[in-house]
Ligand binder design. Structure first.
Ligand SMILES: [Fe+2]
Length: 308
């Protein structure tokens, strides 16, 4: 599958934003200082109309990443009609990346709005591997698989999530989309060490990074409960974890800096606000890149990340 990346190319730019139709006129009026836009595949599964025209314009003027939210890779089976529609979209627009989630969202003909976690054991591994192979066969390129934000874990799991992803990558040749906010959210909710999680991931297979904001609540015990709602600015602690991730990636994988997306799907601000977050991500990338290999300073949550 790897040769297919060179056939189609992959993102070669450092930062991007999710495209929202309300920013369309801003995009038309001014070239933006970012290299790529990402869209949700399921918003473009139509035969024609303005959405597809906008997508074509984006593809011609920026690099493009298409992000699926409905394939239910961790569910009982892949919906073949849906997969065919996704493959058609990919054939038509030839995005630089196509990604989906390690999650399930449909069962028995019912479709849910949430991306739900799955248990990590041999049986679920076999199923996920088979589904990813099915998807890759249909889209004729490697899938980029995103880690999920979780609010629960299963007592039946025999792998950690990082071990599970490592096995999935090994058996399918897929790549990873590292959502740093999801690592932080799961870390707080499941009392898991996010630094250890990152150290255990096969970072050499990460092709893209996501950053987003969360909503903070409390559970019945009064402990912090974070909801991955993509409706707030990126939290300072997530910026710190992003810098830590880049530093680790640089140390472990020969100095690569990865295309990073600012995700915002609720309470959408102006395009300039999102662009400023993307430029902060770019600044952090440049800072990590300039540090000597193996000489990166320890990142603490006390670092304050500020916009230029
Ligand atoms: Fe994400």
């Amino acid at each position: 599958m790897d040769h297919l990346f060179s056939q189609y190319g992959s993102l070669t730019t450092d930062v991007g934003c999710g495209f929202k139709p309300q920013h369309w006129h801003d995009l038309q009026n001014q070239q933006q200082p970012i290299g790529f836009f990402e869209v949700h595949a399921e918003n473009y599964l139509v035969a024609g109309g303005p959405f597809l025209q906008q997508l074509q314009w984006i593809r011609e003027n920026y690099q493009l990443s298409i992000h699926g939210v409905g394939l239910s890779i961790g569910g009982p089976q892949i919906d073949k009609t849906h997969l065919k529609a996704i493959a058609h979209l990919i054939n038509r627009f030839e995005p630089h990346h196509f990604s989906e989630h390690l999650a399930w969202s449909s069962h028995g003909g019912n479709y849910y709005n949430d991306l739900l976690p799955l248990p990590y054991h041999q049986a679920s591994l076999k199923k996920v591997v088979s589904h990813i192979q099915q998807v890759q066969e249909a889209i004729q390129r490697p899938l980029i698989l995103e880690n999920l934000s979780s609010y629960l874990s299963y007592s039946s799991s025999t792998f950690s999530e990082a071990q599970f992803l490592t096995e999935v990558v090994k058996q399918t040749g897929c790549y990873l989309l590292l959502d740093v906010n999801n690592v932080y959210v799961s870390g707080i909710n499941l009392q898991m060490n996010p630094h250890q999680y990152l150290q255990d991931l096969p970072l050499e297979h990460v092709k893209q990074i996501h950053l987003a904001g969360f909503f903070e609540d409390q559970d019945d015990n009064g402990d912090r409960l974070l909801i991955d709602h993509h409706g707030a600015p990126i939290d300072n602690e997530v910026w710190a974890l992003y810098e830590y991730s880049l530093t680790l990636i640089k140390q472990k994988t020969n100095c690569r800096i990865l295309p990073t997306l600012i995700e915002r799907d609720n309470f959408i601000p102006s395009l300039d606000t999102l662009i400023n977050e993307a430029l902060l991500a770019q600044k952090i990338q440049q800072k990590v890149l300039q540090n000597e290999l193996g000489n990166s300073r320890v990142i603490t949550n006390k670092t304050q990340y500020e916009f230029a």
